[in-house]
Design a protein around this ligand. Structure first.
Ligand SMILES: NC(=O)c1ccc[n+]([C@@H]2O[C@H](COP(=O)([O-])OP(=O)(O)OC[C@H]3O[C@@H](n4cnc5c(N)ncnc54)[C@H](OP(=O)(O)O)[C@@H]3O)[C@@H](O)[C@H]2O)c1
Length: 517
């Protein structure tokens, strides 16, 4: 990854890697919102606590609600007490950090408010704090265009000029290809694509970043990573929670937009991409896009055959009663929104030709887990297979992204005794036991990368758009087709039966995420 040579640097240190940081101001639009309280301020506090922030920096919050610097700091401290990953919050460190936090009250549409913001930045008395600006848009995407235009007209955001300016945006990046393209056009009207940092918090997870390290630094696996050895791949992102209070959002999104278009396709592209020529942001992102582009297009007929959607009805999850999706607050009583998706994709390139990739995600499933399972081809059906039959399971490698982050390898061992019988056994690697509990929040890593200016872990415009093409082709197959009885599943189960049938057609079956103790 990049190490930028900037003036007046200090060092941010993640693992063995040291990064050069310049003084800057982080301007959060949407400062009174949920994301700021739960994720952004705790992440910045921990970066500061761990001495990862630039030597000099400021955090400026922008929102409509009336607050003073002091009243906002008090609110943030209360939020931090609740959401911090380390407790208790250190009073001394907080006091030092809070001294760098400021609030700018204003409406996003009001030009005068941006001049007030500019005056505040200038009052910090250091050119870098006025010119090196990270604009974090913790607001609705419909407001992105307004902010970008206003900060540009106020002279705070420039394509060329002094310092650096970057814009960080959160998903959703549109709700289909057309809206994503429109959003991208708005974002890049006054900024280069290289200044736009699109966050997918999945990419901030250590275990997701480890996929590339694992694949390209271990020759024993690297040589097996292709159609000659791999039988199929399963990616599961299951959630034990239902939609709860997020019914209004979910009615517009559904599992396909909420999970598949972004997180799951991101994981798939890291699992299946070709080795990049370097770890430079563009080299890695080029390969991810190439992979997404080699996913075989789905016609409406393919969608009917290869994609299963589902919606939960009332049931029990872990002994707890859950309402059906249609009974959740802010959900239409006849909603057809999917809370579960399972699909089979093929990647039409040299490496993966003919290998099925099964992806699934859903809400109100029996447990919360994200993992990738690479199932290898079976050995020839001679010698042991003839005697051991079904107990001679296929070798499998499981990358556990969360929880119990780690890697497991499944292979067959002989059961001791005079008879020839086999039993699958596992080798486990667990992050916690190997490296200790180093568990920074994804936002810490991502905010630091954005401050440094390394875009490797952020989604490029063509990645977002290609992923939307895939999601749109699935939606086209569903268009105008209400859910049928076969597409409902009881809360607390692994989705509709059709999801099992999807794999059974090829003699495969879903594997429950491993629970490692
Ligand atoms: N919350 C999460 O964990 C999460 C996760 C992933 C993505 N996101 C995305 O991040 C964005 C923010 O989410 P959120 O949950 O933080 O939303 P939120 O709680 O509704 O906060 C929205 C913020 O925008 C400000 N705002 C709205 N209209 C404004 C205006 N005209 N002028 C100035 N400020 C305005 C609000 O401040 P005032 O009301 O004080 O004006 C508030 O601070 C959304 O796009 C969301 O989809 C959030």
């Amino acid at each position: 990854m990049n190490v930028l040579n900037l003036s007046e640097p200090s060092h941010g240190d993640i693992g063995a890697e040291r990064k050069l940081l310049t003084p800057c101001t982080i301007v959060i639009f949407g400062a009174s919102g949920d994301l700021t309280a739960r994720k952004l301020i705790p992440a910045l506090y921990h970066l500061f606590k761990d001495k990862q922030m630039p030597q000099d920096f400021r955090v400026v919050g922008f929102a409509r609600r009336e607050k003073t610097d002091d009243s906002w700091r008090k609110e943030l401290r209360a939020d931090l007490d609740e959401f911090s990953r380390t407790k208790p919050v250190d009073d001394k460190i907080w006091a030092d950090f809070a001294g760098k936090i400021h609030y700018c009250q204003g409406d996003l549409t009001d030009t005068a408010a941006y001049h007030k913001l500019e005056n505040l930045l200038t009052s910090f008395g250091h050119a870098s704090l006025r010119e090196n600006l990270l604009f974090y848009l913790a607001i609705s995407p419909s407001q992105f265009g307004t902010v970008v235009e206003q900060v540009h007209h106020t002279g705070l955001l420039n394509k060329e000029g002094a310092g650096w300016q970057r814009i960080v945006v959160e998903k959703p990046f549109g709700h289909d290809l057309a809206s994503a393209q429109a959003l991208n056009r708005e974002l890049t009207r006054f900024a280069h694509e290289q200044q736009v940092f699109r966050i997918d918090h999945y990419l901030g997870k250590e275990t997701v970043q480890n996929i590339l390290m694992f694949r390209f630094s271990n020759s024993i696996f690297e040589q097996l990573w292709n159609r000659n050895s791999v039988d199929h791949v399963q990616i599961t992102v299951s959630e034990k929670i239902g939609v709860g209070a997020r019914g209004g959002y979910y009615e517009e999104a559904g599992a396909l937009r909420d999970m598949v278009q972004n997180h799951i396709l991101q994981v798939l592209s890291l699992i299946a991409m070709e080795p990049p020529v370097s770890l430079e942001a563009e080299a890695v992102r080029d390969e991810k896009v190439k992979l997404l582009k080699s996913i075989r297009e789905l016609t409406p007929e393919d969608v009917a055959r290869q994609v299963v959607r589902g919606q939960y009805f009332a049931g029990q999850v872990g002994g707890e009663a859950r309402p059906g999706y249609r009974q959740e607050p802010k959900v239409k009583p006849d909603s057809n929104v999917e809370t579960f998706v399972a699909l089979k994709l093929f990647i039409d390139n040299w490496r993966w030709s003919g290998v099925p990739f099964y992806l699934r995600t859903g809400k109100n499933l029996p447990l919360s887990a994200s993992e990738v399972r690479i199932q290898f081809r079976p050995t020839p059906n001679v010698l042991f297979a003839a005697k051991c039959g079904k107990s001679l399971g296929a070798n499998a490698l499981t990358l556990r992204l969360q929880p119990n982050e780690g890697i497991s390898l499944r292979f067959n061992g002989k059961v001791p005794g005079s008879t020839i019988s086999a039993r699958p056994v596992r080798m486990h690697f667990s992050y916690d036991s190997e490296f200790g509990a180093y568990t920074p929040e994804a936002y810490e890593r991502l905010l630091l990368e954005a401050i440094v200016g390394d875009a490797t872990l952020f989604i490029r415009r063509d990645e977002v758009e290609t992923a939307w093409q895939i999601a749109d082709s699935i939606r086209n197959g569903w268009d105008g087709k209400p859910l049928t009885n076969r597409e409902f599943y009881s809360a607390g189960t692994w989705g509709p039966i059709a999801a099992d049938d999807l794999l059974a057609q090829a003699g495969h079956e879903w594997h429950e995420p491993a629970v490692i103790r």
